[in-house]
Design a binder for this molecule. Structure first.
Ligand SMILES: *Cc1c(COP(=O)(O)O)cnc(C)c1O
Length: 416
């Protein structure tokens, strides 16, 4: 593509173009970081006001019943289910990915141990998001039963690392740094052939790429609602457990919300039947309520349509960076093959941090991940083809003028 007009023409033909109006995105902002924190749906502000003034203010304690607060984790779980190939009553929205991983890894290890007590290995990738690895390490220490975390350096080594000693393979579907995507069905088959259980992290998949957990035969999954699902900062995560595994074991954080009859106030824990047993304690209702506003936008389209535009956006971005910024040391680290790519494009640059800051100063918001990686997420609900064009032109200018060398762009905040 050689002209901005060509990008504008793609926007005119875009079947998703009208959905952008449903997001509160500043006119001058090019936002390529919806993979880290989604943009607020316009409906979120009025929903938050209604939850506070009407449900909390007028309804007070009655709202646990009358406003459906108590049922929210399951109701929203059912609303999210179609996006990830889950059936009714297999998903709850609750807690964080970190705490949910602790729950399902514990449940998975107990199932694996019941089947074959010799298996003492959890397999994952060294490049996995750190919290996933930390949680596995913490659980192994807590259990103190000789479990081991085996990490591979390349995805291609997974198949040989998963063997007769493997209890669980804990795999993040789309890598947060490179955007590389696993073939969920194929890898789950390999994991099952080795006799192990497959735990999937969908942080960069839910709402980003089509996912079909049940047809892949996956065993457990967690994911996040504040990234592509636009639930808001720190909005609760989700857990998926298929029906066949829900009642096999209960999770270790046996709080009262996972109890079969929480309001009998029994001194004995008795887990709920079904997915409810993966809850723990009282939920943050205001934040959770806003998750629905993001899901309602997804209800107006489907993942196949979103995926087509997502790939078109990332293809265009890669093409433009490689043609219009070719004299600069930018190296694509995201796979080119569509089947191996999530909804982002990442480039390595020797001064990736400074370049990212210089872009942000010009309202082109991507982010930076160690080491040296500029990361750009593509969110077809609200990103236009002209945004891609303009973002690359800004990148070209920042590199050509060396604007990124200004000393303020080398200063690091607590969050990068
Ligand atoms: C974003 C992300 C998380 C975040 O975990 P929280 O506990 O919700 O903060 C975890 N895992 C992966 C792979 C992620 O991308």
């Amino acid at each position: 593509m050689n002209h901005r007009d060509d990008a504008a023409a793609l926007d005119r033909d875009d079947p998703l173009a009208s959905l952008r109006d449903q997001f509160a995105l500043g006119r001058d902002t090019i936002y390529l970081d919806g993979n880290s924190l989604g943009v607020p749906p316009k409906a979120a502000a009025s929903r938050a006001a209604a939850v506070i003034a009407e449900e909390w203010g007028d309804g007070l304690i009655r709202s646990w019943n009358t406003a459906g607060w108590f049922a929210l984790p399951k109701r929203l779980g059912n609303k999210l289910a179609p996006l990830i190939g889950a059936a009714e009553d297999e998903v709850v929205v609750t807690d964080t990915i970190s705490s949910n991983l602790f729950k399902i890894l514990s449940a998975a290890l107990r199932v694996a141990n019941e089947r074959d007590p010799k298996r003492r290995v959890i397999v994952s990738e060294r490049s996995n998001f750190p919290t996933d690895l930390y949680i596995a390490q913490g659980l192994i220490e807590q259990l103190d039963r000789g479990y081991e975390l085996r990490l591979v350096d390349h995805a291609s080594e997974l198949a040989s690392a998963i063997d007769e000693n493997t209890a669980v393979a804990m795999i993040t579907h789309v890598n947060y740094r490179t955007g590389a995507m696993h073939d969920m069905a194929a890898l789950t088959r390999i994991i099952h052939q080795a006799g192990a259980l497959a735990v999937w992290d969908l942080a960069h998949s839910a709402g980003a790429v089509p996912v079909d957990l049940n047809s892949a035969g996956a065993d457990y999954a967690v994911g996040c609602t504040y990234k592509y699902l636009n639930g808001g900062p720190g909005s609760p995560a989700f857990i998926w457990v298929p029906k066949r595994l829900q009642n096999v074991f209960s999770q270790p954080l046996s709080g009262w919300w996972g109890h079969k009859k929480p309001f009998e106030m029994s001194p004995e824990y008795q887990p709920d039947d079904g997915i409810g047993r993966f809850l723990c304690g009282t939920q943050s209702i205001v934040s959770m309520s806003l998750v629905e506003c993001g899901l309602d936008v997804f209800g107006q389209t489907d993942m196949a349509t979103l995926r087509r535009k997502s790939l078109a956006l990332s293809d265009l971005f890669i093409e433009l960076v490689e043609t219009r910024c070719s004299e600069f040391p930018l190296q694509l680290v995201t796979p080119r093959a569509h089947a191996e790519r999530g909804s982002q494009a990442s480039f390595e640059h020797p001064h990736g941090y400074e370049v990212t800051q210089a872009l942000i100063a010009r309202n082109v918001i991507g982010d930076y991940r160690e080491p040296r990686i500029l990361r750009f997420g593509f969110t077809p609900l609200y990103t236009r083809y002209v945004d891609v064009w303009d973002a690359v032109e800004t990148l070209r200018d920042v590199l050509a003028t060396e604007a990124w060398r200004a000393p303020e762009f080398a200063e690091r905040g607590a969050v990068t």
